[in-house]
Structures are given as C-alpha cells and as structure tokens.
Design a protein around this ligand. Structure first.
Ligand SMILES: Cc1ncc(COP(=O)(O)O)c(C=O)c1O
Length: 386
C-alpha cells in the first residue's frame, strides 16, 4: 500500500508523528463536517428520519470494523462515558477483584477504582516488568496468570497507550471467560489502525474515543457492548433511546423499554448532526483501507527507525509485542530527554512524551521523509553526546 498523504491536508513543513494525540482530518471528513454545518442554515432540511439514519449507518460501520452487529454498538461522547456505562452494569457476584494494568488511562482507572470502593472489591494493578528485556511477553504472561476465579473484571487498553505494548487480547479474553470474568477493553489507541475482533477475543465491552485512530472529530466515540449488557441501565434517560423514539407524534405515550441491543446506551442527542457524518466518513475510509494494511504500512515505514534504535542502544519493544502504529522509545543512558524534546520542537517533529517513553505514532499520511527526519535528529543528538 502506498502512502495516503494526498487524502489529508497536513502542512508540508511539519513531521506529524503524533496520531495517538489526535488524528489529522481526512479531506472527506472535513467536507462531511462542512456540509453538515451548512445543512442547519435551513432546519427544514433536517427531517425526523435524520435523527436516526446516520446513527444507524455509523453503528453498522463500526460493527463491521470490530465484528459485531450495529445493534450492539452505542454512540458515546467520550471513552470515559462508555467505560462508565459498562462498569456501572457489572455483576456484583462473580469475584472480588478487579484487574488493571499499570498506568492505565485515567478514564477507565477512575471509573473502576470508584466501582471497587462502592462495591467493596479489591483493585489489583498488574505492573509493567522492571526489566526491559522481553518486557511485553512477560507483562502479558503476568496478566494472564493473575486472572482466576476471584477475578470479577479485567479492564485494560487494547495496547498500552504510553508505549504501544501489544497485549494478547485473545488469550486474555479466553482466560477471562474460563473464570467467568468480564473483559472490558479501551480501544481508543488502536481500533481503526489495528485489527480487533470482539467475538474471537471474547470482549464484553470495547470502548473507543473517536478522535484518534477512528480519525473522527473530538467529542464523539463508539462502544460495543455484548448481549450481557442488553438488560442493563444507561447513564441517562434520553427519549431517543426508548423503543417508541421514532414516532415523533406520540413520544408522550411513555414506554418502559429501551431500543434493542446496546441502543439503550446511546448518549442523549446521539444524532449530533455535525459530528456523526464526520465520524462515519472517517470509518468508511478506514474500512476501505482495512486496519491490517495500516499495520503493514506502519511496520514497513518504521523499519529503518527500528533498526537505527536497535543499533544505538535506544529501547524499543520487540516486533511481536509492539503495535506498529504506536510505540515508545527509551533514550540511551546519558541522553537528556529535555534536550531531545527541544530539538524535536525546533525541527518541527511532533511526538508525545508519555511516562518514560517518547511516543511515536504513525499512519498512512506519514512518509519515509518523516522517519528520515527523526533518525537524522537522533543521530545528531548521539553525535553531540560522543
Ligand atoms: C487509552 C485512552 N483512552 C481514552 C482516551 C480519551 O478518553 P476520554 O474520551 O474519556 O477523554 C485516551 C486519550 O488519550 C487514551 O489514550
């Protein structure tokens, strides 16, 4: 697959290696947003059908991406909202421990910490191994070993958001099911760029903010909830999630039941006329590309950088435990991280620092030039040190 730079409008004078912070907008997504905004100039152009039709298409498209029916998908404003919906509907009688990995993103951490306090459960953190040798493999082993009959729930990101450690979700999901534990995954940092399958990974809830690897605008996201959650309670009571919502003339014939599947977890005003067409345009493009091709492209693109890092005492996770679109690098002994950051800024190379890692995140809009610019800068820093 060749680079897709022409589908974006990134300025020529920057090297954007920071999709994990937020994605740039595809031209098609920007156009969908502008068209949507203009539509409301004249409200007669927005019909009652429009409250539901784009939402249905979007839910179906997300379902195609993660392998579920659109009915099991909910539209959410943020990952925290989607994670809280799942956590508040957890069973209380299937174990007394909740498992998370260390430095889990706060949106999930705070929600599960609160649930543990309220329900008198123990929160157990599976720490990243101290040793950087075979770190990903050891970490995965420790997570799997920690799941037992006392595990009520495992909550974790699909890859580690700071350094891209790849988790074996299939093995973790299988272990969860064998001990009757619920498996909640925050897919924000991978879904859209890395294949995921909620059925074969036996995931109970998969929650994604939309502005990173789903390449949508801010403040809109999507979540898959398994049928286990179909009888649960949403965080808010919106008329739009009741079974009679599409009959505008009789909304006050109040009903008890929610829309089928995970429809009850859709946020209030989920038909957001501006954001939904944008997120949908983005996901349609991702489906055309296919996340497995995005991984292959990023793998190939990053190869010269990985070779350089390995040859020069930087730390980077090994191939099998490293996401190819997002990975952390550790600096060699004696290299000042503040100096590196300053040089990156001076050279208009955009990355993030998360925890101890410099986080590099790439996509189809990146080219060999971006990688070469980063290698050249790191070479310069090493030369200064010697
Ligand atoms: C793993 C992960 N989850 C969630 C989010 C965003 O969470 P929220 O949508 O609750 O702001 C981020 C943002 O960086 C993230 O990295």
């Amino acid at each position: 697959m060749k680079n897709q730079k022409e589908l974006f409008q990134l300025p020529e004078d920057i090297h954007y290696l920071n999709g994990a912070y937020m994605s740039p907008l595809l031209r098609s997504v920007e156009e969908a947003g502008i068209a949507a905004l203009i539509k409301k100039r004249n409200p007669t152009q927005i019909t009652p059908t429009d409250f539901f039709s784009v939402a249905e298409t979007l839910r179906g498209n997300f379902g195609k991406l993660v392998n579920c029916s659109g009915e099991q998908v909910a539209i959410i404003p943020s990952a925290s909202y989607g994670l809280t919906s799942a956590i508040q509907n957890l069973p209380k009688d299937n174990g007394s421990t909740a498992l998370v990995v260390s430095d889990e993103f706060p949106s999930g951490y705070y929600a599960i910490e609160k649930w543990c306090k309220i329900n008198n459960k123990q929160l157990k953190v599976i720490k990243a191994p101290e040793s950087m040798v075979n770190r990903g493999q050891q970490w995965n082993r420790q997570i799997i070993d920690a799941i037992n009959d006392d595990t009520a729930v495992v909550l974790m990101s699909s890859i580690h958001w700071t350094d891209g450690t790849l988790y074996d979700l299939k093995a973790i999901g299988k272990k969860c099911k064998s001990h009757n534990a619920i498996f909640i995954v925050d897919g924000t940092q991978s879904v859209g760029a890395l294949p995921i399958d909620v059925v074969s990974f036996q995931i109970d809830a998969l929650v994604c903010a939309g502005y990173k690897w789903l390449m949508g605008p801010y403040s809109i996201g999507l979540a898959y909830y398994s049928e286990f959650f179909n009888s649960g309670s949403p965080l808010e009571e919106t008329w739009m999630n009741r079974s009679n919502a599409q009959i505008f003339s009789s909304l006050t014939n109040y009903v008890d039941d929610y829309s089928i599947g995970a429809g009850g977890y859709n946020m209030g005003e989920f038909s957001n006329f501006n954001l939904l067409p944008m997120l949908n345009a983005a996901i349609e493009q991702i489906l055309k590309w296919d996340p497995s091709n995005i991984q292959s492209y990023c793998d190939q693109l990053s190869q010269p950088l990985i070779n350089f890092l390995n040859d020069n005492e930087f730390w980077v996770e090994v191939h099998d435990y490293r996401a190819k679109h997002l990975f952390g690098i550790g600096l060699p002994e004696g290299v000042d991280s503040q100096l590196v950051l300053q040089k990156l800024v001076d050279n208009r190379i955009f990355v993030s620092v998360r925890g101890k890692a410099i986080r590099i995140s790439i996509h189809l809009y990146n080219t060999d030039d971006d990688i070469a610019a980063l290698i050249s800068l790191l070479k310069g820093i090493l030369a200064e040190k010697r």
